[in-house]
Design a protein. Structure first.
Length: 227
């Protein structure tokens, strides 16, 4: 459970909401996602921690909706649904249920949850700088309804978590820039003193590794190749 997604946040939400399992699901640059933190019952041996999911698992239109509606709850995957009557307004437009808590979800998604033996689920958006960074994904083996008061507290927890992530990312960027500047200054001092970069490459490579993690590094200088 890597830095940037402390498991304590998942555990706090699990205690607050009462779900069997709470995961922190982080989106990648292409809309794919990875479970980077998890809190679950000790007796549950199955874990999703570290699993990677394709972008199609949560399609683009769903991700856009998560930016507007920050909490979605399915209290019971087998609950009866009711049709909207009439389906269209006098102007011919369908009723916009994007922000409705009672809005039903896709039958395909319900089947997806049933296949996972999940009866209730909740997703809470993690927003950073107006963009969807990830989700708290919650699963329960039995039907579970979360009342308005707890939903409000859960949304507040997710907001604080987003603020903490943003602050931590800003600090990491600042620290990385500082290390890069120090590396730049050391290299410039070596070049200005006329030092042989090839002979001192091992030391230079170590300094570069503090800023840019790598598995291998090479230098080509005046026809000489050093790794």
């Amino acid at each position: 459970q890597r830095p940037g997604a402390p498991p304590e946040a998942a555990q706090q939400l699990r205690e607050l909401a009462g779900f069997d399992r709470v995961m922190v699901y982080k989106f990648g640059p292409e809309g794919d996602g990875t479970v980077i933190a998890e809190a679950k019952e000790d007796t549950d041996t199955e874990t999703y921690l570290g699993l990677h999911f394709p972008a199609s698992d949560i399609p683009r239109q769903a991700r856009e909706l998560y930016k507007r509606n920050h909490l979605r709850l399915i209290a019971d995957v087998d609950d009866e649904v009711a049709p909207i009557q009439p389906q269209y307004s006098p102007e011919g437009a369908p009723l916009d249920l994007s922000l409705a808590v009672t809005r039903a979800v896709s039958p395909i998604h319900l089947e997806y949850l049933r296949n996972m033996k999940v009866r209730a689920s909740m997703s809470v958006s993690i927003i950073i700088r107006g963009e969807l960074w990830g989700l708290f994904a919650c699963h329960h083996r039995e039907p579970l309804y979360v009342d308005y008061e707890r939903r409000t507290a859960i949304e507040l927890l997710a907001q604080f978590y987003g603020y903490e992530l943003e602050r931590r990312e800003a600090r990491e960027i600042s620290e990385t820039m500082g290390r890069a500047q120090k590396l730049h200054d050391k290299l410039m001092m070596s070049l200005s003193s006329g030092a042989d970069l090839a002979s001192g490459f091992r030391s230079i490579a170590g300094e570069i590794g503090k800023v840019i993690p790598y598995d291998g590094i090479g230098l080509y200088l005046s026809g000489e190749y050093v790794t």
